[in-house]
Design a protein around this ligand. Structure first.
Ligand SMILES: [Zn+2]
Ligand SMILES: [Zn+2]
Length: 386
C-alpha cells in the first residue's frame, strides 16, 4: 500500500500546498470544500455530498460486500479543513496568500492525507464494507463535528467505527503514537465580567476599582486546581486575557473582563471546577463590593479512545512503521473529533511531523514527508476494519 500511495505523492503534495496557500477560517472553508468534493468525484467515490454544516463534505466508498452482511463494517475516517487567524511566518514558498490567516495546525495536510486515502481506496477497493470519509468544517473554532452530528450525520451514516489523526511536531516523521482511553482533554471556556465604579485613580476611595478585584479573582482562581481538585487527576485552569475599559493611567475603569480556559479529563472534575470557579469569582468580587458575572461554556468533550479500536489502530500503524508508541502521554489540548468518539467507538492517532515549530505557531510548517504515513494509516484502517 505504501508503494501505491508513494506513487501518487507528488500530486498529494501539490493539493496540500494549494490548500496551504489558500487557508480559510472555521466554517468558511468554501474553496477548500469545493476542491475536496471535485477531487473526490474525480476519484470515482460512490457518493459525494457537500454542504454539511455549511462547507463539510462526506464521501462514500463501497468495498466488495454490502455493509451489515457477514459483519461488514461502515468505517468513518475524518479530516478537518480549517485554518487559524494567525499571520504566517513559516518562510515556505507556498505561504498563505490570505493576510492574517494560516494553516498553522496542519489541517491542510490532514485534508490531503484523507484525499490520498480516498484515491487509493477507490482505485483498489481492497476491503469488504464501506468507507465514509468526513471532511469537517470548524474544528479550530470548535463545534464543526457537533454541528454535523446535529444535522443528522450519524443517522444518515450509522458508523460502526471512526478514526482520525493529527500531525505532531516533535514526533519523528514515520512515527505514530496513540493510547487506549483518554488521549486529549475536555476544553471549557469562561468569561468573567467584573463591574465596579469608575473614577479618578488619585481618588480610589470614591470609586470601586474592578482592576484590583480582577487581580484578586485571578490569583484566587489558581486555588481551584491547587486546593480543590484531586492532585492525581489532571486539570488546568488558565486565565488568558485581562481587558479593562480603562482609558488611561489616571482613570479607574468601570469594568474588567477576564477570559480563560479549563482542561480536564473526567466529568466529575469538570463539574467541580465549574462549581468552584463560579463560587470563587462571585465570592471574591462580593468581598470587595463588586459584582461578577460568569459565563461558562463546555466546548469540546475529552477525546477518549475505545480500547479495542485503539489496539486496532496501533496494529495498523505497526504494519507501517517500527516507531509506534502505544502508550503516549495524554495531552491537555483538545480536539472536537471527541464528539464522534462520544457516540461511535474509534481512535485518534498522532502522526509524526518531525522537529520544528509547534502547532498554532506562526513559524509552524507541516512536513510533507509525513503525508504517506498519514494516508497509509487512514486507508489501512478501512482495509483492516471494513
Ligand atoms: Zn489547531
Ligand atoms: Zn489541529
Amino acid at each position: 500500500m505504501r508503494a501505491a500511495i508513494e506513487a501518487i505523492l507528488p500530486q498529494v503534495v501539490a493539493w496540500r500546498r494549494d490548500f496551504h496557500a489558500h487557508p480559510e477560517l472555521s466554517f468558511a472553508e468554501h474553496r477548500t470544500g469545493a476542491r475536496v468534493a471535485e477531487l473526490l468525484r474525480g476519484f470515482g467515490c460512490d457518493s459525494v455530498e457537500t454542504g454539511w454544516s455549511g462547507t463539510g463534505v462526506v464521501a462514500v466508498i463501497n468495498g466488495r460486500a454490502p455493509v451489515g452482511k457477514n459483519g461488514r463494517r461502515r468505517i468513518g475516517l475524518r479530516a478537518d479543513m480549517d485554518a487559524l487567524p494567525i499571520s504566517e511566518a513559516s518562510g515556505v514558498a507556498f505561504a498563505s496568500t490570505v493576510p492574517g490567516v494560516m494553516h498553522a495546525c496542519g489541517h491542510d495536510g490532514h485534508t490531503a492525507m484523507l484525499l490520498a486515502a480516498a484515491q487509493y481506496l477507490t482505485a483498489t477497493r481492497g476491503f469488504a464494507g464501506q468507507a465514509v470519509l468526513i471532511f469537517q468544517p470548524g474544528e479550530e473554532a470548535g463545534g464543526g463535528a457537533r454541528a454535523m452530528i446535529a444535522e443528522g450525520f450519524l443517522d444518515r451514516y450509522p458508523l460502526d467505527e471512526v478514526y482520525a489523526l493529527h500531525n505532531m511536531p516533535g514526533l519523528a516523521v514515520g512515527a505514530y503514537a496513540s493510547r487506549p482511553g483518554p488521549i486529549m482533554a475536555a476544553a471549557d471556556m469562561f468569561s468573567i465580567e467584573i463591574s465596579g465604579r469608575g473614577g479618578h485613580a488619585a481618588q480610589p476611595h470614591l470609586a470601586l476599582d474592578p482592576v484590583m478585584i480582577a487581580g484578586h479573582v485571578l490569583v484566587a482562581l489558581q486555588t481551584v486546581v491547587a486546593r480543590n481538585v484531586d492532585p492525581l487527576k489532571p486539570a488546568v485552569l488558565s486565565v488568558s486575557t485581562v481587558v479593562s475599559d480603562g482609558s488611561g493611567a489616571c482613570v479607574v475603569p468601570g469594568r474588567v473582563v477576564l477570559t480563560g480556559t479549563v482542561r480536564s479529563f473526567e466529568g466529575a472534575v469538570q463539574d467541580l471546577i465549574e462549581e468552584r470557579l463560579r463560587a470563587v469569582v462571585t465570592g471574591v468580587a462580593a468581598a470587595h463590593g463588586g459584582v461578577a458575572v460568569v459565563e461558562y461554556l463546555r466546548d469540546a468533550p475529552a477525546t477518549v479512545n475505545d480500547a479495542g479500536c485503539a489496539a486496532q489502530a496501533l496494529a495498523v500503524a505497526r504494519g507501517l512503521s517500527a516507531q509506534v508508541d502505544g502508550d503516549v502521554a495524554p495531552m491537555m489540548v483538545s480536539e472536537d473529533f471527541s464528539e464522534f468518539l462520544l457516540r461511535v467507538p474509534g481512535a485518534f492517532m498522532f502522526v509524526g511531523n518531525g522537529e520544528g515549530a509547534l502547532l498554532h505557531h506562526p513559524a509552524y510548517a507541516f512536513n510533507d514527508a509525513g503525508l504517506p504515513f498519514g494516508a497509509a494509516w487512514l486507508a489501512g484502517m478501512v482495509e483492516a476494519r471494513g
